[in-house]
Design a protein around this ligand. Structure first.
Ligand SMILES: [Zn+2]
Ligand SMILES: [Zn+2]
Length: 271
């Protein structure tokens, strides 16, 4: 289903480049006003550690199931709920080669960081001002060659320059070519990502640094945790993690229809 939709949208992108990456309507720009109004900034979290969006009124009884696995990051937060036009725009970037979508998505991430306090977004928990180094979750070199770019790096670089922190794309390396995570259970995600990354000190010293790891999508936090573990192993003082979009990982892999984590609010004025 999803593949067919990607092929169809990819064909439309080729034939009619002036289309909204979120819904496909003719639009001179990347995300139309309606799609922007559908974006869901995350405000309430069910888990202080991994920032899982709050689904329903109460945090899950017994605590966050993802954080029963050791989590190496000091905290993970997502800017927007992964779904609807946000998911479509990220897929347009990653799988349909609409690289221009990266600029729009990066500006949405920067918007969320700038407005974290005033909009009461959950990512205000991250002490962005203390960040020394910003790095993306790396792709395996084989996947990087196939795609031609790392979408996480296209988001991390503008964020680093906004924070006036040092951007270092080479800080982390993916040493194992892992299976794609969608469709995997939480336990399989942990196994899949174990030992997937190493931190390599290149131009910038990791020892004693506060590092921010950036990804396009996070779900259980397994990937971010493995990145943080590699950086801590290389001497980082603390590792925070931010994702442009945060998926809700439910046992049945279905998306919630309602979420108190996010109100549907427009972000038109901000981006
Ligand atoms: Zn649209
Ligand atoms: Zn958690």
């Amino acid at each position: 289903m999803r593949l067919a939709s990607d092929l169809w949208h990819g064909l439309l992108d080729l034939l009619y480049p002036g289309r909204c990456a979120g819904c496909g309507v003719l639009y001179q720009g990347m995300l139309c006003d309606e799609c922007r109004a559908c974006l869901q900034p995350i405000r309430a979290v069910a888990c202080e550690r991994c920032g899982a969006p709050l689904v329903g009124a109460e945090p899950p009884p017994g605590g966050c199931s993802a954080c029963r696995n050791p989590r190496a990051f000091a905290g993970l937060r997502g800017a927007f709920l992964y779904g609807g036009p946000m998911r479509e725009a990220i897929r347009a970037l990653k799988f349909r080669g609409r690289i221009a979508a990266a600029r729009t998505l990066a500006s949405l991430l920067v918007w969320a960081v700038v407005n974290a306090d005033s909009e009461r977004l959950s990512l205000r928990r991250i002490p962005f001002r203390k960040v020394d180094l910003v790095c993306p979750v790396p792709l395996h070199p084989r996947r990087l060659r196939a795609r031609g770019f790392n979408q996480a790096a296209l988001l991390a670089k503008p964020l680093a320059s906004h924070l006036r922190a040092t951007f270092d794309e080479g800080l982390l390396m993916r040493v194992r070519d892992t299976r794609p995570q969608p469709g995997l259970t939480a336990r399989d995600r942990e196994r899949n990502m174990a030992g997937a990354f190493t931190a390599t000190e290149g131009l910038h010293p990791i020892a004693g640094a506060t590092v921010l790891v950036v990804d396009d999508v996070a779900t259980t936090g397994a990937t971010m945790s493995q990145c943080a573990a590699a950086l801590l192993g290389a001497g980082a003082l603390r590792v925070w993690a931010v994702a442009l979009a945060r998926g809700v990982h439910l046992p049945d892999e279905e998306e919630p229809r309602h979420s108190s984590a996010a109100r549907t609010t427009g972000t038109r004025r901000a981006v």
